[in-house]
Design a protein around this ligand. Structure first.
Ligand code: ADE
Length: 251
């Protein structure tokens, strides 16, 4: 039997578009979260909002796998761009994940997950490839959806897709100093979010494939006080829905 695919977002607007596509959803509340099960593009799926932060995301992932038999987990959401050239409106597909606020030194090296002997958690290679193809389609489609004024107001030019390291921690990074420190500590990092590496850790514990796709909503700097509702409404939710639809068609 085909594996059930979990689709997870931190924020409601990102999931609402996807939910609207699901004709036969069934709702169940567990641990203060609402899980929607049903079918999308021929796949058995479960959708849930993780809430923000690593603990919320980790607990949600454990429930998805243990209570809802998720065999693969896909996270869709927004992130702050860290590497040069990772701009607002771009999409980052996770190739690997590090918890940037994990530091049990001197017992374990900085960033290493204590007792696990691992720092960088991998994405499922097939999921990452499919998410990349889906994201490439979405970035060429979005500029056609929005008018020139909206694109200019949001600072969007020619959105690009990047694939590589995403770092996660329980902080919304919103100062030049903090993003510079992160770039220095983890030079490979493309983007920063608050959930992906936590979900990756739980998926690894259970032997479940994980993929993450993040739209860049800000540059994690002093200007990172973006108007989130507006960015979600005009950009991120469209990307999420389009990428998830296409991903499910490709899987
Ligand atoms: N998600 C979106 N932008 C972010 C940022 N700057 N820091 C952490 N998570 C984010």
């Amino acid at each position: 039997m085909a594996q059930r695919i979990a689709i997870v977002s931190a924020l409601h607007a990102e999931l609402a578009e996807v939910l609207a596509l699901m004709p036969d959803e069934h709702k169940r509340r567990v641990g203060g979260r609402t899980f929607w099960t049903g079918h999308l593009h021929g796949h058995d799926v479960v959708l849930v909002l993780s809430g923000m932060g690593k603990v919320a995301a980790a607990a949600t992932t454990a429930l998805l796998i243990d209570r809802f038999q998720a065999g693969q987990v896909v996270f869709t959401g927004v992130a702050g761009g860290l590497a040069p050239g990772v701009e607002v409106g771009d999409v980052v597909v996770g190739g690997g994940f590090i918890q940037h606020d994990m530091d049990a030194s001197p017992m374990f090296p900085r960033f290493e997950l204590p007792g696990q002997g691992v720092t960088r958690l991998p994405a499922d290679a097939v999921l990452a490839q499919v998410l990349q193809e889906a994201a490439e389609d979405a970035v060429t489609w979005l500029p056609k959806l929005l008018d020139a004024t909206t694109l200019a107001t949001l600072g969007l030019h020619r959105p690009a897709v990047h694939r590589g390291l995403i770092v996660s921690g329980d902080r919304f990074v919103s100062t030049d100093a903090e993003s510079a420190a992160l770039r220095q500590a983890v030079p490979e990092a493309l983007a920063v979010d608050m959930e992906s590496a936590a979900v990756a850790q739980v998926c690894r514990d259970f032997g479940v494939g994980f993929g993450a796709v993040r739209t860049i909503s800000d540059r994690a700097d002093n200007e990172a006080h973006v108007d989130f509702p507006r960015f979600l409404d005009q950009v991120a939710r469209h990307y999420s829905a389009r990428i998830i639809r296409r991903t499910l068609n490709l899987l």
